[in-house]
Write a protein that binds this ligand. Structure first.
Ligand code: FBP
Length: 552
């Protein structure tokens, strides 16, 4: 394989570990804290997890290692969307496992959770692992979105583990994958298989976080990648002074990515889905908000600007949310009937017949492309695939219509030339920033510490992340602590609570205090490309979101 100069250089990078994990493994001891409770619905969740509920939080400290010694055969799985740093979780896990005992084995199950069920795996060795150190992507073993959730699947997984003598499975995934990790851990405990399950918090979306998961890995690099591109577009806009750029950024549901990019680049407008929902804003209200910035800037002679739109926005607009909810149910219930229709006129008539009047009226005023996108295949959870809905084009057309009306009425005389962009996949496999390279390596290394101490149903945690890596703390948190009961596919299910943007949190408040000025003036900031070499103040800093959240 041909290597780029950066790839060659990154192979030499030595990820930073928390000071404590740098100790010889024989000098790392696990200290248990208080017993935990789920964030809510304690009664239901404790009944569903009789073997793994209420376990204690764990911190690793300097002291004599008291883990019982045995040969470890660990299986690792990458689950869900790619996030920069995944390879380093695997390399950190491998290094800790081999450092503890050269006879320990790490198996990588291929293409996500289905690899475990189909028994498709690779046994890692130094040469294989070294080719992936500090690189982006999940191609070391591939990823997938198969859900591990049924007893039948668990039984197959148990068989595969038995066949290879597997002592623990490490699942690298987001909220859904780690929910499934908890259910699998409970199953293995109930069946007394002796197989442990440990999770690692992954997702560029940044929505797997709470008081102990300060950030999910990949968020830092993905946001930096998008912010670089947005900053470049801002400079282009400010140079040419003739376009309004509408940029949709990934983040299936929560607006963390959009908010972080706004903090990094100070665009004219950044929509925040959580605020749209809280204020009950309609599509027309959203268009008004953007149009008012266009009009105010035009009055200053600035017929250009930048608008950031979170990927999930459309699902947070109350009228569209209701429509999408109805569509999801309808397409699940009448899947065959709907699937048999090929002509657009027939699909449209089907909607008219089956949707309630209110939802159909929302559906019918949407541009044709958006109507079609709303009817595309659902994801494995039965949800609409928001990354495939061109919300940025929808907002442009709504704003354009408002401005035309205002022009006709004499309330606006500027020019509105809009361009649309979508930044998503570009950021998911970038070379991990130093922060993600260090954080991920530490998460993987620490996951092995949890394995060696016999824990199961835990998530690997590295905290104190706004401080230099040497001051980071390592430990584990029972996954059930993060759970509540939610409605899924018409049933109440235990799931990890998704963290949305908090409107009373420091990052949003910082943004809200400044956005009126950004909407009118040109206040752009240009973060530039991720820097891997140079002063720590440039190369090792993490997100504005985390810095604001942890500011004392
Ligand atoms: P995860 O939650 O699995 O980490 O994936 C996040 C994400 O990148 C979202 O931002 C996006 O909506 C989605 O994946 C796209 O999924 P796919 O890769 O299946 O197109």
């Amino acid at each position: 394989m041909e290597l780029s100069p950066l790839q060659t250089a990154r192979y030499e990078y030595r990820p930073k570990l928390p000071e404590m994990l740098k100790n010889d493994i024989s000098n790392i001891k696990a200290t248990e804290g208080k017993s935990t409770r789920s964030v809510s619905d304690q009664e239901d969740i404790s009944k569903l997890f009789p073997n793994t509920y209420g376990m204690k939080e764990v911190t690793f400290e300097r002291g004599k290692n008291h883990a019982s010694k045995k040969k470890q055969v660990v299986g690792v799985i990458l689950s869900g969307g790619q996030a920069p740093g995944g390879h380093n979780v695997v390399t950190g896990l491998y290094d800790a496992l081999k450092k503890t005992d050269a006879n320990n084995v790490l198996l990588g199950f291929r293409n996500g959770p289905s690899g475990l069920l189909e028994d498709k795996y690779v046994e890692f060795d130094d040469e294989y692992i070294d080719a992936y150190r500090n690189t982006g992507g999940f191609d070391i073993i591939g990823s997938g979105r198969t859900k591990l959730e049924t007893e039948e699947q668990f039984a197959v997984a148990a068989e595969v583990c038995k066949k290879h003598g597997i002592t623990a499975i490490v699942i690298i995934g987001g909220d859904d994958s780690n929910t499934n990790a908890a259910v699998l851990a409970e199953y293995f405990a109930r069946m007394k298989t002796g197989v442990q399950v440990i999770g690692c918090p992954k997702t560029i979306d940044g929505d797997l976080k709470n008081d102990v998961i300060e950030i999910s890995f990949g968020f830092d690099t993905a946001c930096k990648t998008y912010s670089e591109l947005i900053g470049n577009i801002e400079r282009d806009a400010n140079s040419a002074k003739k376009y309004w750029h509408f940029i949709k950024v990934m983040g299936r549901s929560a607006s963390h990515i959009a908010l972080e990019c706004a903090l990094e680049t100070q665009p004219n407008v950044c929509l925040i889905s959580e605020e749209v929902e809280k204020k009950g804003m309609s599509l027309s209200d959203i268009a008004d908000q953007v149009a008012s910035s266009v009009v105010a800037r035009a009055a200053n002679g600035d017929n250009f600007g930048v608008v950031i739109i979170p990927e999930g926005l459309i699902e947070f607009v109350p009228e569209v949310k209701k429509l999408i909810g109805e569509l999801n149910d309808l397409m699940a219930k009448k899947e065959k009937e709907f699937g048999a229709l090929s002509a657009w006129e027939d699909k449209y008539a089907f909607m008219k017949e089956n949707l309630c009047a209110e939802s159909f009226s929302v559906f019918s005023i949407l541009p044709l492309d958006i109507e079609k996108q709303l009817l595309m295949d659902r994801d494995p959870h039965g949800n609409v695939q928001v990354s495939r809905i061109e919300t940025e084009k929808l907002i442009i057309s709504l704003v354009d219509a408002k401005l035309r009306k205002m022009k006709a009425e004499g309330g606006y005389s500027g020019k509105f030339n809009a361009l649309n962009h979508f930044f998503g996949y570009e950021g998911r496999c970038a070379f991990p920033s130093n922060f993600d390279a260090d954080y991920c390596y530490s998460l993987g290394y620490n996951a092995f510490m949890l394995v060696s101490y016999g824990y199961t149903g835990y998530l690997s945690t590295i905290t104190n992340l706004s401080r230099p890596a040497a001051e980071w703390k390592a430990g584990g948190i029972p996954i059930t602590k993060m759970m509540n009961m939610e409605q899924r596919h018409g049933e109440k299910k235990p799931v990890i609570r998704k963290a949305l943007v908090e409107l009373d949190g420091a990052p949003f408040r910082y943004f809200a205090e400044r956005r009126n000025r950004w909407a009118v003036e040109t206040c752009y900031t240009f973060p530039g490309a991720i820097q891997y070499y140079g002063p720590a103040s440039v190369c090792d800093i993490t997100t504005r979101t985390l810095a604001l959240e942890q500011a004392k």
